[in-house]
Every structure is written in C-alpha cells, then in structure tokens.
Design a protein around this ligand. Structure first.
Ligand SMILES: [Zn+2]
Length: 227
C-alpha cells in the first residue's frame, strides 16, 4: 500500500520477486516508501526501498512504481513496478582456457555483455568486435608465437586469412563472419543489413567455442603421450 500527497491510496500490484543485486528469488522486506514526483493526470511516481532477505546478500535496493494505465486512457489506483536499481550484472561464463589465453578478451566480453544488458547496444557492438580481435589474435599468437609482433600489427581479417589454415576451418570461417558483422558495428556504412548484433554475438561465441575446443585438445596432446 502507498499513500500519495493528496491522501489517495494505491495498491502495489507487483513487488520485486528477484533481488537485482544477487539474482536470488526473494520475498522482499519493505524498509521505506517515497513519492519522488507527482503528475496531476497520472498520479505519483513512487520509490520503495527494499532489503534483500538472504543472508549472503542482505543489500538494499530501490524499486520505482507508476500508476497503471487503463485501456481507456485513465489511470488506476494500482502502482506497477517499472524497474529495480542498482543491478549487479551476472558475469558471463568464460571457460578457463579462454581466460588464460586472453584475459583482455574475457574482460572486454564481460563489459560488452554488461553494456548490452543495460540497453547500450551500439557500445556493446563495438565492444564485441574488439573482444573478437583480442580472442583471435591471442589465439594466433599462441599457435604462431614467432609471429607475435606481425600479428599484433596486422588487420584482424588479414590475420584470419594468413594464419588460420584449412585444418582449423571452423575457427576460420566463424571468425571471418564475425569480423564482417563486427565491422558493421564500427563503420559508418552497414554492409550486412540482414544481420544484427545477436548474429555477431552468436558468431563470436561460436568462434570462442571452436578455439576453446582446439586449446583443450592441444592441452591433452601435450600432457597425454602414448606409453
Ligand atoms: Zn540479494
């Protein structure tokens, strides 16, 4: 229940059922309620302070509510949940061998995923493109360590063409296509208009999966020799 400046009472029809900080399903405890704005037509914008009841988290967060709009255009005495803040983003799972291969890739990928979840899709697209470059170049430097300086200075597409051979066809073809879409995220003219950010992310993940499989295979080849 929430009472506005005119004494009108509102029902909260949806309380948060997930803590935005620890991502646990919770039955929240209300600590405080405030009216932060009032619109003569719509009514109040209200914020509630909640405490996550779990022992591991126990942190505070704020939920924003607005009056529910009727189908005919008026507003009801029910407040609907708009959002909860602050959000702690869940880190993406990046396999150990990729984190070890390219810590910079792992960091840029996490940041890009956060930007994407926050709705900053333009920034996310550029970030994923940068993550791809670090992943591919660090992989190529691992398999061709003598060429490290050359690989570092070459254009990404040139590295893929020159250093990832037919024996690694899946890595090469996915990386190439990810690079095509990635370039669309950074250039003024978009060449592949039928594909979007989600396609770039899928191709980047595929490239990472093939590289990850290759690294795991190499690791076993090194460690496990015939007796
Ligand atoms: Zn929590």
């Amino acid at each position: 229940m929430f009472t506005d400046q005119n004494g009108t009472r509102y029902v909260l029809i949806e309380e948060p059922d997930l803590c935005p900080r620890c991502h646990t399903a919770v039955k929240v405890d209300v600590l405080d309620a405030h009216q932060i704005a009032f619109d003569a037509v719509r009514g109040p914008i209200a914020q509630m302070v909640y405490k996550c009841p779990t022992r591991q988290c126990g942190e505070l967060f704020i939920a924003t509510y607005m009056p529910e709009q009727e189908i005919r255009g008026g507003y009801t005495n029910r407040l609907i949940l708009i959002n909860t803040e602050p959000k702690n983003y869940k880190e993406e799972d990046i396999p150990d061998e990729l984190q070890k291969l390219s810590p910079v890739y792992a960091e840029i990928f996490q940041q890009s995923a956060q930007a994407e979840k926050a709705g900053l899709t333009e920034i996310a697209g550029m970030g994923y493109r940068k993550a791809l470059e670090f992943l591919v170049k660090d992989y190529v430097i691992k398999i061709s360590p003598d060429h490290a300086d050359k690989v570092a200075s070459l254009q990404l597409m040139q590295v893929i063409i020159d250093y990832i051979g037919p024996e690694s066809r899946r890595i090469r073809e996915c990386a190439k296509r990810a690079a095509w879409l990635g370039n669309d995220e950074t250039h003024y003219v978009r060449k592949h208009t039928d594909y979007n950010l989600q396609d770039l992310i899928r191709l980047l993940r595929l490239t990472a999966t093939w590289i990850s499989s290759d690294l795991q295979g190499m690791d076993y080849e090194e460690k496990l020799q015939k007796k």
